[in-house]
Every structure is written in C-alpha cells, then in structure tokens.
Ligand binder design. Structure first.
Ligand code: GTR
Length: 329
C-alpha cells in the first residue's frame, strides 16, 4: 500500500511537472506561404498566431515565412509532414497529389462561380475534405480553407480571346498532372512547375504564359512581364491551411481546440481581405496598361467543352462528390 501510494505520488508529481514544463516551454510555430507579406492568406495565418499567443499567454506563437523563403508549396507540404514547419498554406492544386480526394476541386469548371465554391467549402463537403486530409495518414491536419478566386490565363505574346489564340502556347500550370492535361486539351502546352519558378520562366521565355487569379498575377509581379490577361475562369481552386500532424499531436487538447477555432475564423477573415485584394489587383493591372480580355459566353462554352477529356479521365472517381457539389445552391 505504501509503495502504491508512493508510486502514485511520484506519478502525479511527474505528470504535474511535465504539464508545467509544457506550459512554460514556448513553442514558435513556423508558417510558410509563397506569397508576400500583406497577401490575404499571409495575414490570415498571422492573425491565427496573434490569437493563439493571447489565448495561451505566449506559449504558442507563429513565425511567418512569406515570399517562398522556405521554398515552394511542394516543399512546404513536405516540411509540414515531417514537422520542420507547423503551417503550410497551399493551393489544393499542390495538395491534390498528396491527398487524392481533394482533386475533385481541381476539375476545370467544377464550380459555377466563386460564390458556389464558397458555399461548398463552408458546408459539409468542405468539412469532410478537411477531415480527409487529417485522416489521410499523410502527416497533415486540414485546418481551414482559403479563398483564391478564379484562375485565368495570361501571357507575354498576344491577347487570348478564344481557344484558337491559346493554340501552341507553352503555359505554366501547377504541379499536378490534371492541369497539364487541362492546358493540353485546350490547345496549349501545359508545363508543370513550382510557383517559385514562374516569374523567371515568363521573363526568360521558358513559358509563354501562365494562369492564376488577379492578386497572384499582380502582387507576385507576373504582370510586369505578361501583358495580356484573359478572364475565362477555367479553375476555381480553393486553398488550404494545413498543419503538421506531428506538432499538432504534441499540443494540449485546449491548444488544439484553440487552433481549430481560430483557423475557422481565419477562413472567413481571409475571404474579406481577398475581396479587397482582388479589386486592388485588377485596378493595378489596368493602371499598368495590362490588356484585360473578358471571354464571351460562347467562347467560355468552347473552353468548357474542350476539357471533356480531363473529366473523362479524372472525373468518374469523384462522381459522387461532383453530384453533391452540383446540387449545392
Ligand atoms: C496561387 C496560390 C498559390 C500557388 C500559386 C501557383 O494563386 O495562392 O498557393 O498555388 O497560385 O500557381 O502555384
């Protein structure tokens, strides 16, 4: 009996000490984003950090490494998987090759418009896909969605008004075979490469064009070399804040709950920032003399028809989710 109580006391003391040590030990959570300081996704993750710091009396904080300081998105995902960083804010384009279920959002024209995409990520499908990431066994926790508007083609050569104008153009796409197939099916030549290489590739002529939303096009300076921007909205790919499972598991239950709560709030906060940033980007592009081309409905239909082979190849396995997406009002 004596021994038992001695053991219990010892056990209790060890547990108390370790939780006290846990409470005192400060943990700086590293975060990576390809975009620069001030970009909506960067600000949203920084805000998670500020809230965490307050809620944990300074035990947790976030150190943001923006502007690809730690590499591109593929690298960020790998670093989070091994616990070298905590947060990776990445596109679902880059995450699809790691967690295949997400590729449903990478199907061209899967969403009717950005409002439709927002409804989907805010609803049950959005939560299910975050959970798929967490339960994928890939060392990641899916924390929140980030809005990234719609992606459009831009290039250094000529205005693209319709599919014929895209013919033969070397177009950089994100590192995901679905996008190479997409660009090819539209008559271009899709070239997959990391975001960290796009500016140089455009400048040196390694590619003729790329595709992205207005804030990336403008605030990552691609507009300085590519003067033609065509609004065709072929992809509406949301982004995700993923967290290292290894680091997540080392947090206390309360800390985990706070992290999840603040991440959900960040999803809505980023969206507001995004609206402003997208408008600023378009204004800046116009002021810089970028030729902005809005494709006609008929030409958009031609782009949509052209990606049928991509749907035939990748679509069937996501059919059930696609149906639910389409039914989302
Ligand atoms: C941006 C997105 C990044 C990255 C980039 C790309 O719109 O915010 O996460 O995916 O596009 O094209 O690689």
């Amino acid at each position: 009996m004596k021994l038992l109580s001695a053991l219990l006391v010892a056990g209790f003391t060890a547990a108390t000490l370790s939780s006290a040590a846990h409470a005192q030990q400060k943990l700086v959570l590293k975060a990576s984003d390809v975009h620069a300081a001030g970009y909506p996704t960067v600000v949203a993750v920084e805000n998670i950090g500020k809230k965490l710091e307050k809620a944990t009396n300074g035990r947790l904080s976030v150190a943001m490494y923006p502007s690809m300081q730690l590499g591109g998105e593929k690298e960020a995902i790998e670093q989070a998987q091994v616990g070298a960083i905590a947060f990776a804010r990445v596109s679902v384009g880059a995450l699809g090759p790691v967690v295949d279920d997400l590729n449903v959002f990478n199907l061209p024209y899967v969403f009717r418009n950005t409002a439709h995409m927002q409804q989907v990520i805010d609803g049950p499908i959005g939560q299910e896909l975050l959970d798929k990431v967490t339960n994928s066994g890939k060392g990641l926790v899916g924390l929140a969605w980030m809005d990234a508007g719609a992606r459009n083609f831009y290039n250094t050569k000529r205005p693209i008004k319709n599919m014929a104008d895209l013919k033969g153009m070397k177009v950089r796409v994100m590192g995901n075979p679905m996008f190479v197939d997409m660009a090819n099916s539209m008559g271009g030549n899709g070239v997959a490469m990391g975001y960290d290489q796009v500016f140089n590739a455009l400048q040196t002529g390694v590619v003729d064009g790329a595709e992205n939303n207005p804030p990336s096009f403008v605030f990552d300076n691609h507009y300085q070399v590519a003067k033609f921007y065509t609004i065709d909205e072929h992809l509406i790919v949301p982004e995700m804040v993923v967290f290292s499972k290894k680091i997540f598991d080392a947090l206390s239950k309360d800390e985990q709950a706070a992290l999840i709560k603040f991440s959900h709030e960040a999803q809505q906060e980023e969206r507001k920032l995004w609206e402003i940033y997208e408008k600023e980007a378009m204004d800046k592009a116009k002021a810089a003399g970028i030729q902005i081309i809005q494709v006609s409905d008929a030409d958009k239909k031609a782009f949509q028809d052209a990606v049928k082979p991509v749907w035939d190849k990748y679509g069937p396995k996501y059919a059930a989710t696609v149906k639910r997406i389409q039914e989302t009002k």
